[in-house]
Design a protein. Structure first.
Ligand code: FMN
Length: 190
């Protein structure tokens, strides 16, 4: 059975991001796990450069378990509200710790790692404006590349202050389309 791992960057248990995650997971079959960046207590990367030399991270904290879960996952989904044009701070801390995968890619010592499928969910409180989600998209597309994940796409919801579940714009179709894209790629890549 496929393993689906979600890294959740929202602090709000019943917020829009949590709702988007549930809606997307409902479209997917597999073993599902959601990790909260806010609850993870992961320390920031300190650029010690240990991962430049050897595979893995020198900081002994909860991230070690998250590395194991990422390694075992077939699908990795990042989900975050937009805070000042990017993902939230705790999710960015967790993402910075994924530098170990970037270093491994340079050394090519993860050549035998199997491919994954990647996707992203983001929401923003402001009414839609040009490039509202660009900051988050750049971060998430690139980290998924380092995780050897094929990009299935993203679903983004603006104007959540007014319309938290996208009812007014009929957003749920976007989630269904992303679910379908993830399933299609799972069939091709895994
Ligand atoms: C510190 C902070 C910064 C924010 N910056 C942005 C922003 O740059 N663009 C935007 O559209 N919304 C911004 N928002 C609004 C959130 O993205 C919005 O409320 C979102 O729906 C929260 O998601 P959640 O309910 O899943 O936690 C910001 C909110 C906070 C608290």
């Amino acid at each position: 059975m496929s393993g689906i791992l979600v890294l959740n960057g929202s602090p709000r248990r019943r917020g829009t991001t949590s709702w988007m995650i549930s809606a997307l997971l409902d479209t997917l079959e597999g073993e599902k796990e959601i990790i909260s960046a806010y609850k993870s207590g992961v320390s920031p990367c300190i650029d010690c450069r240990s991962c430049w030399k050897t595979r893995g991270c020198a900081i002994a904290d909860g991230m070690q378990e998250i590395y194991r879960k990422i390694d075992a996952a077939d699908v990795v989904i990042f989900a975050s509200p937009i805070y000042f044009h990017s993902v939230t701070g705790p999710l960015k801390i967790l993402i910075d710790r994924l530098q170990v995968y970037w270093a491994s890619r340079l050394r090519k010592d993860r050549a035998l790692d199997r491919r994954k499928v990647g996707a992203a969910l983001m929401c923003g409180g402001s009414p839609v404006f040009p490039r509202q989600f660009d900051g988050g998209e750049i971060v998430l597309r690139n980290v998924l590349k380092d995780l050897n994940a094929e990009w299935a796409g993203m679903a983004v919801l603006p104007d959540t202050d007014r319309d938290p579940h996208g009812d007014v714009i009929g957003f749920s179709g976007e989630i269904l389309r992303l679910g379908e894209a993830v399933r299609t790629l799972m069939g091709k890549v895994l």
